[in-house]
Design a protein around this ligand. Sequence first.
Ligand SMILES: C[S@@+](CC[C@H](N)C(=O)[O-])C[C@H]1O[C@@H](n2cnc3c(N)ncnc32)[C@H](O)[C@@H]1O
Length: 283
Amino acid sequence: MSLEQREREFHFSDSDFHELVGIVGKRTGIKLAEHKRSMVYSRLARRLRALGFTQFRQYIQLITAPEGEGEITDFVNAITTNLTKFFREEHHFTHLRDRVLKPLAAHPPLGKRVRMWSAGCSSGMECYSMAMTAQEAIPDIERWDFKILATDIDTNMLKKGQEGIYRKEDAEAVPPEYRKKYLVRHGGAKADEVQVIDKLRALSSFKYLNFISEPWPVKGLFDVIFCRNVVIYFDKETQRRLFAKFAEMLKPQGWLYIGHSENLMGVSDSFESLGKTVYRKIA
Ligand SMILES: C[S@@+](CC[C@H](N)C(=O)[O-])C[C@H]1O[C@@H](n2cnc3c(N)ncnc32)[C@H](O)[C@@H]1O
């Protein structure tokens, strides 16, 4: 037994790790690489402690048994990586404002209907960055049929998104003039949190969606889809299926924004590249 193994609170063998990799892949599409071993250990150790288990084997037995179905939500929530930021990759929001939303404001579509989707939204910072951008570009947005859908597989993140409450330090990434308009103090005397204003929360709806289980409970067609920093965890085949669905769900010439380290080469030919990680559906 290695020193690391002896010092660990719970027994965690190679075969435990490989079995968990298989379960995560099947449930979420996320491909866990070898170097994620200690991450998997530390994230799941909390679940083992909560359940009073002494070894990973017991946990694996639980989540692979029919009576363990209830634990799957906590298991998936523990495994997902939710790193996000307000206005992450700021150039996307400048593009969204100037090239997509302002032209829509100038020539409103039928019924002033616009749909945007933050796909893999984590705690909602991406969705609310989209909402702030939309409010800036379309000042009378409340008179539009304008909606932003935010989806994720992690139910804890969806709850955070619905509340729209964030630490002040996270809000520092919001441009100061937007912070004044769109965030209000939250948290009583301590007031170390802010909340997104009701008007922007009303534009947004948070829903559970697992990309790898079909059918998706989502109705198209969308003008804009943000799916950023999600598919890096998926294999190419899963990415192909995902982007084929996004192509189906976008309007002709609809916009797709992906993460800075992602690209569609060998994944989809339904889109043309129109700038750094900005794509448009080929009509
Ligand atoms: C790194 S975060 C990216 C958040 C945001 N899009 C951004 O770029 O800041 C990736 C998100 O994808 C979600 N995710 C992972 N697998 C998923 C799946 N199979 N279905 C839906 N969402 C998934 C995770 O829960 C996580 O919140």
